[in-house]
Unconditional design. Structure first.
Length: 265
């Protein structure tokens, strides 16, 4: 039909073939990585895993600090009770020393069982096991009467002084460790608050807040439990008294558990 032309749909070359720029313009370049849904989900998963690790670290610190506080309180309380019994004539200093030694070692094992694998490994690296009563008596004898003193050559009164020193010292924890655990307790609480703050922010920004809250709780809980399990497995593999190895196991266990729950959510 005269005067009628078909509108061009693509730029063409002189031979009628589409121009190369047509193909380039038909498929625009993708935007930044953060704009793609798949990359955004990976980023969100990484953030949730980070939250879980923060909570994992905070929980470890809090649990171990609480265990140390309980240990310090129990040994002091028992030592004071034994001293009171001796003063009231209910037992001799020797009997009190024997009970104090046995009780402290037993309390130590109970508290270590209540600690995290990392805390237990750290405690074992400082002291694998409690000292024997004979070794304590020898140390206290030297402390009170000099390096050449022989406990068996002491008078009964001086022996009682040695036994009393054993009882009194049984109620004291290592000051440097106790101070460190106090700082860790404060830091642990701060990390847990930080983790909760991040979770609350993410829930507030989510469209489905109920599902987001459940997901945040599940991932964080998995990170903590995974950290405890990972530390326990590492403790079996590395042996007692290896806090660095156990801490690495706790970190990996927490991360894997958090990623796993988030992936299958």
């Amino acid at each position: 039909m005269a005067g009628f032309t078909i509108p061009a749909t693509a730029a063409s070359t002189s031979d009628g073939q589409p121009h190369a720029s047509t193909y380039r313009n038909a498929h625009p370049r993708p935007g930044p990585l953060s704009d793609r849904p798949s990359d955004r989900s990976v980023f969100d998963a990484a953030i949730r895993a980070l939250e879980a690790e923060i909570a994992n670290l905070g929980a470890h610190m809090g649990i171990d600090a609480s265990a140390r506080h309980a240990y310090t309180r129990y040994i002091k309380q028992f030592s004071n009770e034994l001293q009171a019994k001796v003063m009231q004539g209910g037992m001799t200093w020797r009997e009190a020393a024997e009970q104090a030694h046995e009780a402290r070692n037993r309390i130590m094992e109970i508290i270590r069982a209540r600690s995290t694998p990392v805390g237990r490994a750290y405690a074992q690296s400082l002291k694998a096991e409690g000292k024997s009563l004979n070794k304590l008596i020898a140390e206290k004898t030297i402390k009170l009467f000099g390096p050449k003193a022989d406990f068996n050559a002491l008078s009964e009164a001086n022996r009682n002084k040695v036994y009393a020193e054993v009882v009194i010292s049984s109620g004291k924890s290592r000051p440097s460790v106790t101070a460190t655990m106090k700082r860790l307790s404060t830091a642990g609480r701060a990390l847990i608050v930080l983790s909760l703050a991040i979770s609350v922010y993410k829930v507030a920004q989510a469209e489905d807040k109920v599902d987001a809250a459940k997901r945040e709780g599940a991932v964080t809980g998995a990170g903590i439990l995974g950290g405890l399990a990972g530390g326990a497995v590492a403790g079996l593999a590395c042996g007692p008294g290896a806090p660095v190895c156990v801490a690495a196991g706790a970190f990996v266990g927490g991360a894997l558990a958090a990623f796993g729950v988030d992936y299958f959510w």
